[in-house]
Structure formats: C-alpha cells, structure tokens
Design a protein around this ligand. Structure first.
Ligand code: NDP
Length: 260
C-alpha cells in the first residue's frame, strides 16, 4: 500500500463523492493529500475521517478552494507546498451538472457550467504546471465523463465542457510531455454519488429513472467512487510513466454498447 509514498497530491472537490474516494485512496497509498473543496467544512470533515481511518501518520490537509477562481487555486497550491512540499499530483475532480434546454438556457447557466467544469480544470493545471515543469516531474489527472464522447439529450451544456476537458488534457499532455509532466483524463460513466442521485431525483419517478440506468448498463450496476479512485492512483503513480494525453473510461462497458 505504498504506490504513492512520498508524493504530494491535491484533489479538488474532495469533500465528497469521487473526489473524497480519490483522496482516501491516495492517503491509503502513502501520499500526502490536500483536499481542496468549495465548502471548507466538508473538506475538514472528510480529512478528519481519513485521518481517523489511517491513523496519525495519515497526511490529509483540508483546504477551502474555489476552482472557478485562479487566485484561489494558486493559494491552494501555495498552502499545500508550505505544509507538505512540492506538488507531484493534481486531480481536477470538482465538477457540477448543468443540464438545461439549449434554447431556454440562460447566459448564467452556460457560464457557471464552464466556470467549474472547464475553467476549473485549467485553473488547477495553471497553478501546478510551473512547479512541475521546473522540477521535470508531475502527473495531472482530469476527471472528465463519458459525456465527453456520448450525448444524452437534455444534458446541455455539460457535455460541451467535458469534451473541452479531453481537449485540454490532450493539448497539455503533448505540450509538457518533454518535461516529464503527464496529463491524463478519466471518463467515468454512472457512479453512485450525490450528483447521480440528484439527477435521478429530478425525474418524476426517481426509482424508474434509476432502473432505466441499470437496464442500459452491460454489467447491470452503477459504478462505485472507489472504482474511479483505483484508476486515479494508477495514473498518478510511477506505474504509468508512458501513459500521457490519454483517457481511461470507467463505465462497465456502457459506451461500447450500441443496443441490446
Ligand atoms: P459530487 O457532486 O458528489 O461532488 C462534487 C464535489 O465538487 C463537491 O464536493 C462540490 O462541493 C465540489 N465542487 C463543486 N464546485 C466546486 C468549486 N467551484 N470549487 C471546488 N469544489 C467544487 O460529484 P461526483 O463526485 O459525482 O463528481 C465528481 C466529478 O466526476 C465531476 O467532475 C463530475 O462531472 C464527474 N463525473 C461524475 C459522474 C457520476 O456518475 N457521479 C459521471 C461522470 C463524471 P460542494 O458540495 O461544496 O458544492
């Protein structure tokens, strides 16, 4: 359980869901982790739980940070470096669902989607890249979505931003490859978190919506946050030195299915 021993990582949106699972898995693998979260209290609670689970040696730092604000991400990196040292790994996980009809969408809907789901990823990258490039080492993992490849009607403009996350991953991965900074993405399918539950709850019959999701899944189940976290550990670790500008899909085969 030392695949990330000695590494310093920042995980955004780590207060709950997939981000919390990634932070927990990173600590379990020996990393010192900053949980950068919009809600500082959620970050503190999750960091405390992780510390209780893994004991006094566990390094979990709670930070209030807003990924939509470049200055906030720079401050989060500065504080992480002050407490733990240079940042080796960044997981840009924070994201929100904005699912609206394109023609009735407000300018604000568009802006808040892109502010978190795409600008947020760039703000994180921009804050860590100078240090990683200077040190000649680093791994950035961006949490995209299967919405980056497949379109579900009624989910606009979220997939537009997630397509952008893949573009950003590929562009930065190539840009900094020679500096030994790897930039990769993970595209989760349906994963059991508050985000997904809120999506089902928005349907008139949430149970039926959930059952429909399950029926379309080749494995007939929803993914678990820990299943995304395992891949984030792999991409962040030295086990993936030649994986760059790439994306790993974690969806139980859902996007490979045409129909049954
Ligand atoms: P959750 O809503 O459960 O968690 C998202 C976290 O991000 C929350 O803790 C939230 O904090 C935080 N966050 C939101 N906005 C900001 C911000 N501006 N700055 C910092 N933190 C912020 O979502 P999931 O865990 O399900 O999703 C995590 C990522 O995975 C997202 O990028 C999502 O798009 C992606 N994804 C999820 C899938 C799923 O099925 N669950 C499928 C595909 C992709 P707060 O509560 O304070 O708002």
């Amino acid at each position: 359980m030392n695949r990330l021993a000695g590494k310093v990582a920042i995980v955004t949106g780590a207060g709950r869901g997939i981000g919390a699972a990634i932070a927990r898995a990173f600590v379990a693998e020996g990393a010192a982790v900053a949980l950068a979260e919009l809600d500082g209290e959620t970050a503190r609670t999750t960091a405390r739980e992780i510390a209780q689970q893994y004991g006094d040696a566990a390094k979990a730092l709670a930070l209030q940070a807003d990924v939509t604000q470049s200055a906030s991400m720079h401050a989060a990196v500065k504080e992480t470096e002050r407490v733990f040292g240079p940042v080796d790994v960044l997981v840009n996980n924070a994201g929100i669902n904005v699912f609206v009809d394109p023609l009735t969408m407000t300018d604000d809907d568009w802006r808040r989607c892109f502010a978190v789901d795409l600008d947020g990823v760039w703000n994180g990258c921009r804050a860590v890249l100078p240090g990683m490039v200077a040190r000649g080492a680093g791994s950035i993992v961006n949490i995209a979505s299967t919405h980056a490849f497949q379109i579900i009607p009624g989910c606009f403009p979220y997939p537009v931003a997630k397509h952008g996350v893949i573009g950003l991953t590929r562009a930065l991965g190539v840009e900094y490859a020679a500096k030994n900074v790897r930039v990769n993405a993970i595209a989760p399918g349906y994963i059991e978190t508050q985000l997904t539950r809120e999506w089902w709850d928005a349907y008139p019959d949430p149970q039926a919506a959930r059952a429909h999701t399950l029926a379309l899944s080749p494995m007939k189940r929803i993914g678990r946050p820990e299943e995304v976290a395992m891949t984030a550990v792999f991409l962040a670790s030295d086990e993936a030195p030649f994986i760059n500008a790439s994306c790993i899909t974690i969806d139980g085969g859902r996007t490979a299915l045409y129909h049954d």
